[in-house]
Design a protein around this ligand. Structure first.
Ligand code: UD1
Length: 361
C-alpha cells in the first residue's frame, strides 16, 4: 500500500511521527512518502521537530511559506497536485486542522485519491476560527476518519458522515508524549541547571483572536505582568505573537516575565510537565496538560476538545485582564490535579490506526 503523509505546521509533526514509525514496522505492507508543505519553515518551528521526534526528513518539501489564507491554501494546492499525480498513493493521510490539511485533502479527493483524516470530528462550533473551517471541510471529503474521543464521533454522525468511515482510535499525539516523556527528563535537568527554573507559569498564546487585536493582546500582557509579581512567567512566543508584541509595543520589561524563543518538543514537554499552571490557546496543549495532570487555562470562548474539560484539567477563561488574573490566582492556589484520562489516550493509537489500514490492504 502506498501512503502519502502530509505535514506542514508545527502541530502536525508529533501526530505523523508515531504513525510513520508504526508503518515502518511492516515494510512489505507499506511504502511511505512524507510531504512537507513548508507552511512552517523557521528551523525552530519545523526542523527541530524532525530531529527530536525521529521523523524521517521529508521526501518532498513544497516550500510554500506564509501568506494570506487564500494565497497559502492555493499555493499548497498547486504545488501538491503534481507530487500527488507522480506518486499515485493508495491513501493520502492528513493531520489536524491546519491550512495544509484542507489544501491537500481537497486536491486529493478531486483527483480521486482517498483521504484519511487523523484527529477527525473535533468541533469548536466557532466558524470565526480558520481551523474550524478546515476541520469541517476536511471531514466532509475524507474517506476514513480517525477520531480521538467519542464526542468527535457524535459530531461526525450528526453531520451525516457514515459510521462505517469513522474509527475511534484515541489520541495519537499522546502516543508521542508517552514515547518521549522519559527522554524529556534530560531536557528538564539541563533547563534547571541553565536557568534555575523552580515554580513557574508556562504560557503560549498565538491565535489570531488573541494576538492580532492590540486591545486583547494588551489585556493578556497586562494580566501576565500582574501575575509575574507572584510567580515566574515563561512565555515561549510563536513568530506571529512575537511580531504583534513588537508592532504594538507590548514587549514586557519585567524580569520575572520571560519571553523565550519557540521551544523544541522535548524542552516544551519538560517545562509543561513541571509547570505549576499552563495558560494557552493551543489545541494540543489542552490535551497534553490533561494527560500530565497539570492545570490548564485556555484563553478562548470555546474548545473543540471538550473532553479536556469534562475529564481533564482544562478550564476556559476569557481573554480579559480581570478574568485571567482571577483564574491564574485560583489555578495556582489549587496546585496539581490528577483527573481522569480520556479513554484510549494510552500510547497505542498509531497501532490501532495502522491495523485499520492493514485490514484494507
Ligand atoms: C498555524 C495553524 C494553527 C496552529 C499553528 C501552530 C492554520 C490556519 N493555522 O497557525 O491552527 O495552531 O499553526 O503553530 O493553519 N511564521 C514564521 N515562521 C514560520 C511559520 C510562520 O515566521 O515558520 C509567521 C509568519 O509571519 C506567518 C505567521 O507566523 O504569517 C502565521 O503562520 P501561519 O502558518 O499562517 O499560521 P499560524 O499562526 O502558525
Amino acid at each position: 500500500m502506498r501512503v502519502l503523509h502530509i505535514v506542514g505546521a508545527r502541530p502536525n509533526f508529533m501526530k505523523a511521527a508515531p504513525i510513520m514509525r508504526e508503518m515502518f514496522r511492516y515494510p512489505t505492507d507499506f511504502h511511505q512518502l512524507l510531504v512537507h508543505t513548508g507552511q512552517h519553515y523557521a528551523p525552530q518551528m519545523s526542523q527541530v521537530f524532525f530531529q527530536e521526534l525521529d521523523l524521517p526528513q521529508p521526501d518532498i518539501n513544497l516550500n510554500v511559506g506564509s501568506g494570506t489564507h487564500a494565497w497559502q491554501t492555493a499555493q499548497i494546492m498547486m504545488h501538491f497536485e503534481p507530487v500527488l499525480l507522480d506518486y499515485r498513493p493508495d491513501w493520502v493521510v492528513v493531520y489536524g486542522d491546519v491550512n495544509s490539511t484542507l489544501a491537500c485533502s481537497l486536491v486529493s479527493t478531486k483527483l480521486g485519491f482517498p483521504v484519511a483524516h487523523v484527529e477527525a470530528g473535533l468541533r469548536s462550533f466557532d466558524s470565526s476560527m480558520p481551523e474550524e473551517i478546515n476541520r469541517v471541510l476536511t471531514d466532509q471529503i475524507s474517506n476514513l476518519l480517525f477520531t480521538p474521543s467519542e464526542d468527535a464521533d457524535r459530531n461526525l454522525l450528526r453531520e451525516g458522515i457514515a459510521g462505517s468511515r469513522i474509527h475511534l482510535v484515541g489520541n495519537v499525539m499522546i502516543d508521542t508524549l508517552i514515547h518521549l516523556l522519559p527522554k524529556s527528563q534530560q531536557n528538564w535537568f539541563r533547563l534547571v541547571n541553565q536557568h534555575g527554573y523552580d515554580r513557574y507559569l508556562l504560557v503560549t498564546i498565538h491565535r489570531p483572536a488573541n494576538v492580532d487585536d492590540p486591545h486583547t493582546l494588551a489585556e493578556i500582557m497586562s494580566a501576565l505582568e500582574s501575575i509575574s509579581k507572584d510567580i515566574t512567567v515563561l512565555f515561549p512566543v510563536h513568530p506571529r505573537t512575537n511580531a504583534r508584541l513588537t508592532e504594538y509595543d507590548l514587549k514586557p520589561r519585567q524580569e520575572n516575565l520571560s519571553i523565550l524563543e519557540p521551544l523544541s518538543y522535548l524542552d516544551f514537554l519538560a517545562l509543561q510537565e513541571h509547570a505549576a499552571l499552563v495558560l494557552t490557546d493551543s489545541g494540543g496543549i489542552q490535551e497534553e496538560s490533561t494527560y500530565l495532570g497539570v492545570p490548564c487555562l485556555t484563553a478562548r470562548p470555546n474548545t473543540e476538545r471538550p473532553i479536556t474539560i469534562s475529564l481533564g484539567t482544562n478550564q476556559l477563561v476569557e481573554s480579559t485582564k480581570p478574568a485571567l488574573v482571577k483564574a491564574m490566582r485560583e489555578g495556582l492556589a489549587k496546585g496539581k490535579i490528577k483527573k481522569q484520562l480520556p479513554p484510549l489516550w494510552d500510547g497505542h493509537t498509531a497501532s490501532r490506526i495502522v491495523k485499520v489500514f492493514r485490514k484494507l490492504a
